[in-house]
Design a protein around this ligand. Structure first.
Ligand code: ATP
Ligand code: MG
Length: 208
C-alpha cells in the first residue's frame, strides 16, 4: 500500500497548523464524504483535512467490511482532486481497536485539531470511548448531513452548512450489489476500483 506523507501547509509564520480530522470506514469513500470534508476545510479555514480510515470501527462490528487495502486505495485515489484532503493511515498502522481518542492523541501535539463529524455521529458522541477526552483534545465541527444540526451552540461546537447530499456508503454498497451504476455518487477512480476488484458485487445466483 502506498501512503502519501501527511503535508502540513503552515504559512511560515510559526502559527500552529489548524488541521481537520475526518474519520470514517470509507466503505467506500463517496462524494458526500468529499463534499463534507472540503466544505469544512473552506468554511473553517483549515490548512488540511486528514481523512482517517478506520480499519475496524467498533460501531460496525455487525457486518463484514471490504478489505482495508481496497478501502485505502479508494480513499487515496478518490482524494486526489483536492490536495487539502490528505488520507491518513494512522489507524491502519496501529494494532488493536481503533478509537478516535487514540488518533487525536497521536495527531495532536504540534497542530490544533478540529474533529469533523456528521450530525448523525454528533448525536452519539457521548457514547464514544473516553468521550470527555475527545472533547478536550479537539474542537468539534458538525457537518449538517440531514438538514438539522444538533444543539451545537450550547455545546460550543462549530457548524458547517452543507447542501444536503443524500449519499451513504450503504447506498453505494446496495446499488453495487444489485449491479446498478454508482456514477456520480463516488469519484470516477473509486468506481473504477470497485468495478476492477468486484468489491460489493453479490456472487451470481448458482444456475439450476
Ligand atoms: P455507512 O452507510 O456504511 O454507515 P457512511 O456513508 O455513513 O457509511 P461513514 O464512514 O459511516 O460513512 O461516515 C464517516 C463520516 O462521514 C461520518 O461523520 C458521517 O456522518 C459523515 N458522512 C457520511 N455521509 C455523509 C454525507 N452524505 N454528507 C455529510 N456527511 C456524511
Ligand atoms: Mg455511517
Amino acid at each position: 500500500m502506498s501512503r502519501p506523507a501527511v503535508q502540513e501547509r503552515g504559512d511560515g509564520t510559526g502559527r500552529r497548523p489548524r488541521v481537520g480530522v475526518f474519520g470514517g470506514s470509507f466503505d467506500p469513500l463517496h462524494n458526500g464524504h468529499l463534499a463534507a470534508a472540503s466544505w469544512a476545510a473552506d468554511s473553517l479555514e483549515l490548512d488540511s483535512v486528514l481523512m482517517v480510515l478506520a480499519p475496524d470501527p467498533w460501531q460496525k462490528r455487525d457486518r463484514v467490511l471490504a478489505p482495508v487495502d481496497i478501502r485505502w486505495e479508494m480513499l487515496v485515489k478518490g482524494c486526489v482532486a483536492n490536495p487539502v484532503l490528505v488520507p491518513s493511515a494512522t489507524e491502519i498502522e496501529r494494532d488493536g481497536p481503533t478509537y478516535t481518542i487514540d488518533t487525536l492523541e497521536v495527531l495532536g501535539g504540534s497542530q490544533d485539531l478540529v474533529l469533523i463529524i456528521g450530525a448523525d455521529a454528533a448525536r452519539r458522541i457521548d457514547t464514544w470511548h473516553r468521550s470527555e477526552d475527545v472533547l478536550r483534545c479537539a474542537e468539534i465541527a458538525v457537518v449538517d448531513r440531514a438538514g438539522e444540526l444538533p444543539n451545537i451552540e450550547e455545546r460550543g461546537w462549530l457548524g458547517v452548512e452543507l447542501p444536503r447530499i443524500d449519499i451513504s456508503s450503504t447506498l453505494i454498497r446496495d446499488r453495487a450489489a444489485r449491479g446498478l451504476s454508482v456514477t456520480g455518487l463516488v469519484p470516477a477512480a473509486v468506481e473504477s476500483i470497485m468495478r476492477a476488484t468486484g468489491t460489493y458485487r453479490e456472487p451470481p445466483e448458482p444456475a439450476d
